[in-house]
Design a protein. Structure first.
Length: 359
């Protein structure tokens, strides 16, 4: 079932709709501003429902939202060195909004990127599904092409008492362009306002990760996780090694790195990337992706005094897992490249599967 309500109005007077997708086991809320997920309610091992998605109290807070709670990020997610990329013979200049002297770029634009745009949503013919769209004109945000971005969201209960939330991103363009979208949701499987996630058990299907410079831009190295605190190939608590004496952890104040998820092929097939388990509630989460990598951020700088439900979030009270092509891949041509053309539109999927482990 899909229902719709007017959440609020922007200063321009444009209405922002919020949509609720409900199944017998779960309920998801999302809104047109930023194509953002607002809440995900799922049961624990005893059948008790809780919202496991961190979020904010009002539309005004989402219009600020420096942590990008729940939002669709793009056209280019993560950091781009020197705030520029080259597409064929064309140099594309992005906003200089991050790093020393603001010389780099983060998330294309912090004021008018896709997470700060008003999308338009409609229910689809598919049961328990929504489709949201957002256009960008040629040259807008520094990138070529008249582009139409789409976010399709669906929710379905599965026979094994799990619930699958699928977020599919697409872009159509009339000219060669660059697209690297992601979703920036933060999870706490004990409940959005339950405090630290450091006891959550995590497994990542990754043999390597991307080290970062002091300004958080990828160095260009692909480093094996073996023998490092970045080895999540066997389940371990997020907090077990997060304060280890490691230069990469010191630079990010925890995990804030892209992991190279094994098994990528350019055929848009989903593969398991993350498995999480929260011991106190029995809730579990598996994330399947189609992109080469995914960025693990342990909320090291979270500081939200106006969280939803009267709550507040501090550092490490949620973890984000952002599927993406490798950050700054435009400057590393040997890495997979998310170019988008009229003949080859951009298309990627994220599948979140929620369940429980009997206690």
């Amino acid at each position: 079932m899909v229902s719709s309500d007017v959440l609020c109005c922007l200063p321009s007077g444009e209405q922002v709709h919020v949509f609720t997708i409900a199944t017998p086991q779960a309920r998801v809320r999302l809104m047109e501003f930023g194509a953002a997920l607002l809440s995900i309610e799922v049961p624990d091992a005893l059948g008790r429902q809780a919202d496991v998605l961190l979020g904010l109290a009002s539309l005004a807070d989402y219009r600020d939202n420096p942590a990008c709670h729940g939002s669709t990020i793009g056209p280019i997610a993560n950091r781009t060195d020197k705030a520029e990329i080259t597409l064929g013979p064309v140099a594309c200049h992005l906003a200089r909004n991050n790093g020393p002297d603001m010389r780099n770029n983060l998330h294309t634009s912090l004021t008018s990127g896709l997470h700060k745009r008003l999308w338009r949503g409609v229910a689809t013919e598919k049961e328990n599904a929504m489709s949201l769209t957002c256009p960008l004109a040629d040259g807008e945000l520094g990138l070529p092409g008249n582009r139409t971005f789409t976010a399709d969201v669906s929710l379905v209960d599965l026979p094994n008492d799990t619930t699958r939330l699928t977020v599919s991103y697409a872009c159509k363009t009339d000219a060669l362009t660059f697209v690297n979208m992601t979703n920036h949701s933060y999870f706490n499987l004990a409940g959005h306002n339950a405090g630290s996630t450091m006891d959550t058990m995590l497994r990542l299907e990754a043999d390597s990760f991307l080290p970062i410079r002091e300004d958080s831009v990828s160095t260009g190295e692909i480093r094996p996780v073996d023998g490092t605190p970045f080895d999540f190939r066997k389940p371990k608590a997020i907090g077990r090694d997060i304060d280890a004496d490691d230069e990469q952890l010191h630079r990010a104040h925890g995990y804030d790195h892209c992991f190279c998820i094994t098994g990528w092929r350019p055929d848009v097939r989903e593969r398991l990337a993350l498995s999480a388990f929260e011991p106190s509630t029995g809730r579990s989460l598996e994330i399947r992706i189609t992109t080469p990598g995914a960025h693990l951020y342990t909320g090291n700088w979270l500081d939200d005094a106006h969280a939803k439900g009267g709550g507040s979030y501090g550092p490490r009270s949620g973890f984000a897992f952002e599927p993406e092509f490798y950050p700054d891949c435009a400057h590393h041509p040997s890495w997979p490249q998310p170019v988008c053309t009229p003949e080859q539109p951009y298309s990627q999927r994220i599948v979140y599967q929620f369940g429980v482990v009997p206690r």
